[in-house]
Design a protein around this ligand. Structure first.
Ligand code: ATP
Ligand code: MG
Length: 152
């Protein structure tokens, strides 16, 4: 397992880190974002999704109400799902999210509040933990993990 820790001193630095992460991401992968309210999960996702060429930075918005946004890189067809599970309360909710087709083809699934993700998948997981580190600073730890619980 490899783990890297970063300090981002502004939103721009967090977006830049997201772009760096994107440059090293290969599908299929789940990017599991954990960290309290306002810690920068959506900001990091902006960097990742724009870095993957699936949307312009300003077109990546928080999936707070719709729960899942889907983007696609027009050049290579890479599909990116961006989900926010904050309002999801149980497994039943998860099933109705609109994530049923995620695993149909290898892509990138970015999940905010990933601790609530109970879907089983054998996709590898990039685990990212964000924490406040002063006014506009965030500590961001990135860790490669084995796949989620393997299939029964
Ligand atoms: N270094 C930083 N990185 C990211 N965001 C920062 C940073 N410094 C300040 N901010 C501010 O913190 C907020 C982060 O909001 P963001 O929506 O990215 O967080 P979030 O973790 O997705 O929140 P939520 O849990 O509500 O989904 C923004 O208002 C942003 O401008
Ligand atoms: Mg968010």
């Amino acid at each position: 397992l490899s783990r890297t820790e970063h300090t981002a001193r502004s939103s721009e630095e967090t977006i830049a880190l997201g772009r760096d992460i994107a440059a090293r991401l290969g599908p299929p992968v789940i990017v599991a974002l954990r960290g309290e309210l306002g810690s920068g999960k959506t900001t990091l996702a902006k960097g990742i999704i724009s870095g993957l060429g699936a949307a312009r930075e300003e077109d990546v918005t928080s999936p707070t109400f719709t729960l899942v946004h889907v983007y696609r890189n027009p050049l290579n067809g890479l599909r990116v799902h961006h989900a926010d599970l904050y309002r999801v309360s149980d497994f039943h909710d998860l099933e109705t999210l609109g994530l049923e087709d995620v695993f149909d083809q290898p892509g990138v699934l970015i999940v905010e509040w990933a601790e609530k993700l109970t879907l089983r998948s054998d996709w590898p997981v990039l685990d990212v933990e964000l924490a406040y580190a002063g006014d506009a600073a965030r500590r961001i730890a990135v860790q490669h993990l084995p796949a989620f619980a393997s299939r029964p």
